[in-house]
Design a protein around this ligand. Structure first.
Ligand SMILES: NC(=O)c1ccc[n+]([C@@H]2O[C@H](COP(=O)([O-])OP(=O)(O)OC[C@H]3O[C@@H](n4cnc5c(N)ncnc54)[C@H](O)[C@@H]3O)[C@@H](O)[C@H]2O)c1
Length: 349
């Protein structure tokens, strides 16, 4: 195992460490209290060996594998996990470990937050998106009807272990989708991380990108744990991105693949473009192309704009959006739907 880099998320009594090291998965018991009943949650797309390694290090493990995909972030899965813990005799002193991407983390974390009114939760994220973003910050949730993350909580993990080695089995397109979230953070907060992306060899610097992205997210979460203000900046690219997702979600109902074949990170990549000043967009486009991320949409831009206004964050004909006029900085603006539609149409038509 390499020497770990440790970051601390400082939130008073809810503070926790993030340990980042190649090979840390096989040493999980040195960083997590696994000498008790441990529910290990993974999904069918995560190579089996990751969760079984953690199980082999736990005193009393119960390993549950849910089906891969957004459908597992459901009340049915939540109930199944809680029932499994009850049947295995879990008490408030036991714990849950997520071994997987954002889906497993959101589901397992939510189960830990409600079981016996909250038991210890550890996260071992295995996708790049979850390593740079979703594994810290404490947002856990399941979906309800067609609304993503409709029911959830803020529930911080006790510790997060990040092993960049597991990314070797992650498909290249998933790596790009994770890089889109890191790029989003650099565009709003860190011009030097953005410059790293501009060098064109991001894939050779994944560990550095993970650490620098986590520092950005950590700083934001420490200042605004429950997303009352600053944390909303992390939604840069998401207003339009969600519009694309929900529009393509309708296409999915008509027989197309999930999100019309686009991953969340890919929708965020597209969603950043209309929200940037021309100079920033001119720098962003070659990066997106170098990462094989999409820069154009194949659907009618006005339909995207309309789908956006159905987003749950939209209120009274206006929506607060994050704009980037200069790399490494941002501003918030309350924008009318009409102005937003115009921007999207101009960008993609
Ligand atoms: N809680 C938060 O703050 C937050 C932030 C952003 C996104 N999210 C949520 O995260 C979810 C998306 O997460 P994701 O992008 O990690 O997707 P995911 O969890 O679906 O993982 C993507 C795919 O990769 C597979 N996989 C995972 N690790 C692997 C590995 N090492 N090797 C090979 N395959 C592997 C999975 O089985 C899955 O098929 C969404 O539900 C989204 O709402 C949460």
């Amino acid at each position: 195992m390499t020497q770990p880099i440790t970051l601390t998320v400082s939130l008073g009594e809810r503070s926790y460490p993030i340990h980042i090291a190649e090979g840390i998965l096989a040493n999980a018991d040195k960083y997590l209290r696994l000498d008790r009943r441990v529910l290990i949650v993974t999904d069918s797309g995560v190579p089996r060996e990751y969760a079984s390694t953690v199980a082999s290090l736990a005193k009393s493990p119960t390993l549950v594998t849910v089906k891969e995909g957004e459908g597992s972030k459901s009340f049915a899965s939540l109930e199944m996990l809680c029932k499994t813990m009850l049947e295995a005799g879990f008490t408030r002193g036991d714990c849950v470990v997520a071994v997987g991407g954002g889906i497993v983390g959101d589901l397992a974390g939510f189960a830990a937050s409600v079981f016996m009114r909250g038991i210890d939760f550890y996260n071992i994220p295995t996708t790049l998106l979850s390593q740079v973003d979703s594994s810290i910050g404490g947002k856990v949730a399941v979906n309800l009807d067609r609304i993503k993350n409709a029911v959830g909580a803020f529930y911080q993990p006790r510790a997060v272990l990040i092993d960049p080695e597991v990314l070797k089995t992650l498909p290249d397109r998933q790596i790009s989708a994770g890089l889109a979230e890191a790029l989003k953070m650099s565009a709003t907060f860190d011009a030097s991380l953005f410059a790293l992306f501009e060098r064109g060899d991001a894939r050779a610097h994944l560990k550095e990108i993970i650490v620098e992205s986590l520092k950005i997210k950590r700083d934001v979460v420490e200042k605004d744990e429950k997303e009352s203000a600053l944390r909303r900046v992390l939604n840069f690219g998401h207003t339009v991105g969600h519009g694309i997702e929900s529009l393509l979600g309708v296409a999915e109902e008509n027989g197309m693949r999930e999100n019309g074949g686009l991953y969340h990170g890919e929708c965020v990549a597209l969603g950043m473009l209309p929200m940037c000043a021309e100079g920033v967009k001119a720098r962003l486009l070659p990066i997106l192309r170098s990462l094989s991320l999409p820069t154009e949409i194949s659907v009618d831009a006005s339909l995207v704009a309309r789908a956006m206004t159905h987003d749950k964050k939209a209120g009274d004909g206006f929506v607060t959006v994050i704009l980037v006029d200069e790399v490494g900085s941002y501003r918030e603006e309350k924008m009318s739907f009409a102005a937003l539609e115009e921007r999207v149409k101009e960008c993609f038509s």
